[in-house]
Design a protein around this ligand. Sequence first.
Ligand code: NAG
Length: 326
Amino acid sequence: MALGKGGRGGLGAAACLAVVVAAVAALLGAGAAMAAAKFDDVVQPSWANDHMVYDGDLLKLRLDSNSGGGFVSKNKFLYGRASADLKLVPGDSAGVVTAFYLSSAGDKHNEFDFEFLGNVTGEPYLVQTNLYIDGVGNREQRIDLWFDPTADFHTYAVLWNPSQVVFMVDDTPIRVYENRQNATVKGHHRHAINATTNATTPSPFPGPQPMAVYSSIWNADDWATQGGRVKTDWSHAPFEATFREVRVDGCAWAANATDTDAGEVSRCSESSWGKEGRYWWKEKEMSELTVHQSHQLVWARAHHLVYDYCVDTDRFPVQPPECSGR
Ligand SMILES: *[C@@H]1O[C@H](CO)[C@@H](O)[C@H](O)[C@H]1NC(C)=O
């Protein structure tokens, strides 16, 4: 739902030009205030405050030769769905990376990343996803997209609950990371029989650490575009990524609680899965993809996956445990 759409009705009904002009001025003013209020409820600048810019009902993150910029959500969350309606830097965006991600704090932090790797004019962006679990990342996958992400807004979302982490582009799942910790319990028999061979390392899954939602834009021309061969052309600055909406629908962590607060962990993750359907992201049907979503995922990977760490045997001569069966 685009909150910015309210308040615009009735404009066409104005008869007299003077009234129309006044109405437009009033509506533009209201639009900007509404945008600020809409985003202010959810996020605040995380660095270089003047590189987070309101433009009508939109929010822009700006990169120029002085600085990039970023924002962070005001609240932390344990489980839920975070999304951004985002239009990426148009034209020449070589060297520029825009990220939208969830992250907890500390050495053993968890993190779920979307990183949009810019390109020279007319060449495709790549979308890199990654997961950090207990401080360890190196789980990169890359896709290209089935549309031009600079031409319009698209919704990039992460759904996170105790069963899975799902990365979605306009509701099409492009990546799923499943909780297979119970699978090792199920596999107990085989494991016991075959104890000496094939000792399985359990597949890690991000534990219940509260996360904030972040976005940032920065210069990454040492690696981002065509392997770092193409550098940022500063004559094309400023580079701006534009947000129409940032939305977080999750179990909000109490502001005064520490990140390890047991009461908050159980409140947000208890097996009753919340009351009154409030915690919809933890309902039974959210514990795995629907059949339709599974088909979408297969389609996205078949047509758009360009890199997957799971099959990169140069980097990982021993396949990471969470990749087995792929
Ligand atoms: C940029 O364009 C080139 C040429 O089409 C392509 O090989 C590359 O994957 C694109 N994306 C990035 C981020 O380099």
